[in-house]
Design a protein around this ligand. Structure first.
Ligand code: SAH
Length: 215
């Protein structure tokens, strides 16, 4: 999906340099940021901001996460080609597309029907193997479980048991936990009932909310 817009191309290259300077060293993550064009996940009025390191509000309670946050979560997830990855919070679809570009088979869940309907065709075009699902992420996506990796891109009040259950032993979950602000947690499933947990700093995400909504 090579853009003809050289201004945006230059801005994308600079963004990738910034990600390197901020500690993103997984080449698979950096390559994915090179392949995927963030501006295509935004309306054209917002293209001038597409490669700044800021979250952008897309609609009432939905944002496209900052590039550095998307890169950080993607790096923590240790994605390898062929991994089955479950994402909770499809939103703009950008994070799902980055995981796709990293070689993962992505299943992504969104609770807002309007967003789901907006993003599904976009992903079909830009990241064709991504499976989109309109559902409540607290319940995961049992139809395709188990997953090698689980990534949550909204602020979770706690760690949903269904998501732990739907992960393989040896699997990794990256999830921001908290209400006002969140602590990024990496959870490794070491047996059917045992987990190792590590914290990776403070973040602010839109909240993970229960039940699907039709608006
Ligand atoms: N990954 C997205 C981030 C979007 S913001 C991106 O790259 O743009 C978080 C998203 O999580 C919002 O779209 C919100 O509607 C969604 N969300 C919140 N609670 C959810 C839940 N229980 N299940 C699924 N999606 C949820």
């Amino acid at each position: 999906m090579a853009t003809q817009n050289y201004l945006l191309l230059g801005q994308k290259k600079r963004m990738i340099e910034q990600l390197r300077q901020r500690g993103i060293s997984d080449e698979n993550v950096l390559n994915a940021f090179d392949k995927m064009e963030r501006h295509l996940f935004l309306e054209s009025l917002l293209w001038p901001q597409a490669y700044e390191d800021t979250a952008i509000v897309i609609s009432t309670d939905q944002t496209i996460s900052k590039p550095s946050t998307v890169a950080f979560q993607s790096q923590l997830l240790e994605v390898r080609k062929g991994h089955k990855v479950l994402e909770i919070g499809t939103g703009s679809g950008f994070q799902a597309a980055i995981l796709y570009a990293m070689g993962a088979k992505v299943y992504t869940v969104e609770r807002q029907i309007a967003l789901f309907k907006h993003t599904k065709p976009l992903l079909a075009q830009l990241a064709p193997s991504v499976v989109t699902y309109y559902g409540d992420g607290f319940k995961g996506y049992p139809a395709f479980a188990p997953y090698d990796r689980v990534i949550v891109t909204c602020g979770a009040p706690d760690i949903p048991q269904a998501l732990l259950d739907q992960m393989v032993v040896g699997g990794i979950m990256v999830i921001p936990v908290g209400t006002e602000s969140q602590i990024m947690k990496k959870i490794v499933k070491i047996s059917d009932s045992e987990y190792e947990e590590e914290d990776f700093g403070d973040f602010v995400f839109v909240p993970m909310l229960k039940e699907r909504v039709r608006k």
